[in-house]
Design a protein around this ligand. Sequence first.
Ligand code: GLA
Length: 386
Amino acid sequence: MNLPELAQHFEKLFGSRPRVYRAPGRVNLIGEHTDYNDGFVMPAAVAFSTYVAIAARPDRKLVIHSEEFPGNFEFDLDNLPQRRSGTWCDYVLGVATVLRQRGHKLAGANLLVHGEVPIGAGLSSSAAIEVASALALLSLTGTQLPLPDIAKLCREAENTFVGARVGIMDQFVSCMGKAGHAFLLDCRSLEFKFVPIPPGISLVVCNTMVKHDVATSAYNTRRAECEEGVRLFAQWDSSVHALRDVSVDLLEQHSRDLPPTIWKRCSHVVRENQRTQDAARALSSGDLKHLGELMRDSHHSLRDLYEVSCRELDVMVEAAEGLPGFCGGRMTGGGFGGCTVNLVREGSATDFAAQISERYQQSTGIIPHVYICSAEDGAQALGQPS
Ligand code: GLA
């Protein structure tokens, strides 16, 4: 559905012309499971986006429709549900609820949500809905908030209303992405630096088409294990408030003092933070060979130490090795399925896509989806399409 079609559809449903807001999904090049440890990530926004069309209504209702997602929803703005319903609408409602809690005024509105980010593929479809909804809802009262603040409140909506204890990465990149660039984000200070992706490099995202059920519970377990690591390290060094504060030296000193599982988790996070900063330097100096090595190490660490990979992701990562134009790849996002991200020379990207699909299908019997992407701009207002 293009923009004029979305607007026409909205007009047919609600009888008025909407304004449209767009927020993209993301792919993370490196820095996995580091955001909730106050660490570093290096994601980029990609072209898949969620669009939210909105227009005011005269009453105090919030009416939410979508073509792709099931169910039509209607809420009373002055009596918003306090609990999630377990449907896609929670992402919109969570944002509305957090905006209200923060004292922002909301106006009655009709919303039409059009999502193009593949769902459950680890490309942040939820952050895209949240961010586009926040921009849309705020626009009706003329409230302008800095994009980093929008990212923070969308994350809060996901943590407190939807109930997923995610870090800040997805919402932040959906807000702040820049075409042609990845960015190195310090998840503690929220300072960031754009890192240009060298010309002639495509981001090839390979969807394993699986999402294992353990994903959510394992995410929460990993978080708890990291918190246990912080508790133990803080006993030995009082300057440790998050795994971000643990140096490689401190980690090594206590390698025998930690329970083995906690040591593995901490070891991944501490070294992944280092790799991510090294990767930003490698990418900005065009050293794709080193970047490729760091991405490979990251994948192995996620597989062996953090234990969030799965057979399909490992097969997809191995399938990329040796293909013409391949510079580096790894699993991306929370894990247990979803996608791998690969840096591939532009001229080879189409062949790479065909060959990796074939190799993956041969090993798993599953036909993957492969998307040849580039880094795109973050969230934006698209105005009133004619
Ligand atoms: C999910 C979460 C992010 C981040 C990644 C793992 O995508 O939404 O906050 O923790 O997993 O790096």
